[in-house]
Design a protein around this ligand. Structure first.
Ligand SMILES: NC(=O)c1ccc[n+]([C@@H]2O[C@H](COP(=O)([O-])OP(=O)(O)OC[C@H]3O[C@@H](n4cnc5c(N)ncnc54)[C@H](O)[C@@H]3O)[C@@H](O)[C@H]2O)c1
Length: 236
């Protein structure tokens, strides 16, 4: 029960990872406001790329919880696109969901987190630090998120707020299937194989969710600006 009465926001909570993160927090006594663009039981519907809707969501969540201890940025999108298929709209969408929304959410929650000496955990990806074929829009947006969060860790560190990222490799969630629709017909599997892990297969979401909870918990009190990689060893 590491999170008894802790006040938590979890985004992407209708998705494969976010749902498990919200469940684990609730299981350890937290009061969770969960959100996603896709409505679900116990999930507040909000498109986090809509500035007004995002601000309204934060105001309502902070009022409902009476403050905030932990912000978990889990929502994200991935669509493979080879170079010829990149579009301004596709790139903007990836940056809006994967980088802009979590950074602006952190800004909107910052004062509440300063008050509680709370923390932020955001889900980046191993794609933030490695070149991957057909994945420029996702890699670029996750790299922006990772360094954006690290910058906020510097600014907020002096005010008692920790900011960390978890970078997963492949997780068994709907995202993988949705992303694969964008792969070209003549996929070069040799290039894709370079992102393979030494422990084979995709991870169950709980393996990644546990890493988020560790960073959000008090035992991680000396950890900030970190990027905790949970990827079954993509070390080739
Ligand atoms: N699945 C993987 O292999 C993998 C690997 C590395 C990192 N990640 C990251 O993990 C996080 C969770 O992904 P997942 O695997 O659970 O995928 P998922 O598709 O199951 O969940 C992502 C959730 O984000 C939500 N979302 C998308 N756009 C949104 C918007 N505009 N506003 C609000 N919510 C929005 C989706 O509705 C979805 O429920 C993402 O940030 C993803 O980039 C996933």
């Amino acid at each position: 029960m590491r999170f008894t009465d802790r006040r938590v926001i979890v985004t992407g909570a209708s998705g494969g990872l976010g749902r498990v993160v919200a469940e684990l927090f609730r299981g350890e006594g937290a009061r969770v406001v969960a959100t996603d663009v896709v409505a679900a039981d116990g999930v507040v519907a909000c498109d986090l790329t809509d500035d007004a809707a995002r601000d309204a969501f934060v105001n309502a969540a902070l009022a409902e919880l009476g403050g905030l201890d932990i912000l978990c940025n889990v929502a994200g999108i991935q669509q493979f696109a080879e170079i010829g298929k990149l579009t301004p709209a596709g790139l903007r969408k990836h940056f809006d969901v994967n980088a802009l929304a979590p950074l602006m959410l952190t800004q909107a929650c910052a004062e509440a987190l300063v008050e509680s000496k709370g923390n932020v955990v955001s889900v980046a990806s191993i794609s933030a630090v490695m070149g991957q074929p057909y994945n420029a829009q996702y890699c670029a947006s996750k790299a922006a998120l990772l360094l954006g969060m690290r910058s906020l860790a510097v600014e907020l560190g002096t005010r008692g707020v920790r900011v960390n990222c978890v970078s997963p490799g492949g997780i068994e969630t709907p995202m993988i299937e949705a992303a694969a629709a964008g792969l070209p017909e003549n996929v070069n599997w040799d290039l894709i194989a370079k992102s393979q892990s030494v422990i084979p297969g995709f991870m169950p979401p709980v393996d990644v969710a546990e890493a988020l909870l560790y960073l959000a918990s008090d035992v991680a009190r000396s950890v900030t600006g970190a990027n905790l990689v949970v990827d079954r060893g993509v070390v080739w």
